[in-house]
Design a protein around this ligand. Structure first.
Ligand code: COA
Length: 254
């Protein structure tokens, strides 16, 4: 799978989204590869930390829109939802390095990472409403919690993008660096974590997450049912067809 590269070196598994010609948008096969990598990293005693990174120019344009039209996730066992569950319940430290656009799941996956480092070109957006669908990845719960309700409403109802500085201010990213340094910083932090006692890392993350884990997983499930249904409805059909035809969507009838 060339679109997702998996490398494990010195106890760190790095997942690189590598489909730059399509702005690192995710196909079902890519979600499956990521889910497999996380499931493997979870049980492999040789892996202590996972890093998710993209390209210096783009983290991810979200779900592949052609794939949404031709191969929509039909139920909660679809690869995208398997990936989200693996991500939300991943017990070891997860680090993301984000440069350029991070659209849809490119942003929502970050809410499940422990540390996020951003290039100063990072642009985050969750345009689910503009696409005729609803939030996923538990973002309807996690975004208002982290950003406050009104900023969350701008991000989720209006679908307005926000830049690295705003993401730093609300606590979605830990640090902003020049884009060429983001992946390196994530790796350096991963090496620091990998040198620490794994049992302490696991226990600490478990305690930090445990209050909300069940609620987050339940929300991912609920959102995925609505999301799957909405993918078959006229609003999303219009939004996706408009994207493929490189025109503005017309929502006047939906
Ligand atoms: N699905 C499928 N193809 C996508 C894509 C996506 N989500 N995002 C970009 N691409 C493709 C474009 O169709 C284009 O393909 P082409 O060269 O065959 O025409 C190529 O990637 C380059 O995209 P382009 O839009 O020209 O790049 P850009 O630098 O001008 O803009 C983005 C980058 C990410 C801002 C823009 O591509 C975008 O908004 N993408 C859609 C994001 C989206 O709505 N995702 C769904 C979230 S649920």
């Amino acid at each position: 799978m060339q679109d997702i590269l998996i490398d494990t070196t010195d106890s760190v598994t790095t997942i690189t989204i590598n489909r730059v010609e399509k702005k690192n948008s995710f196909t079902s096969a890519m979600y499956a590869a990521c889910a497999d990598a996380l499931e493997q990293a979870k049980t492999d005693a040789a892996v202590r930390v996972v890093v998710i990174q993209g390209h210096v120019s783009v983290f991810s344009a979200g779900n592949d829109i052609g794939d949404f039209l031709g191969n929509p996730p039909r139920n909660t066992e679809a690869p995208v939802f398997r990936f989200l569950r693996a991500l939300a319940s991943f017990p070891k430290p997860l680090i993301a390095a984000v440069c350029g656009p991070a659209v849809g799941i490119g942003t929502t996956l970050l809410f499940h990472c422990d540390l996020v480092y951003a290039g100063d070109n990072a642009a985050f957006s969750m345009p689910f409403v503009n696409l005729g669908v609803c939030p996923e990845a538990g973002s309807s719960l996690l975004v208002p919690q982290m950003m406050g309700y009104h900023r969350a409403a701008e991000a989720l109802l209006l679908g307005e993008p926000f830049m690295a500085e705003a993401a730093l201010e609300v606590g979605l990213v830990n640090r902003i660096v020049p884009p060429t340094e983001a992946n390196g910083l994530a790796q350096a932090q991963a090496c620091k974590l990998a040198a620490k006692p794994l049992s302490s890392l696991l226990e600490t993350k478990r305690f930090m997450k445990q209050g909300q884990m069940a609620q987050v997983l339940a929300r991912i499930e609920e959102e995925s049912v609505s999301f799957g249904r909405m993918l078959g409805e006229p609003a999303s059909r219009e939004a996706f067809t408009a994207f493929m035809e490189k025109r503005k969507p017309d929502f006047s009838n939906v």
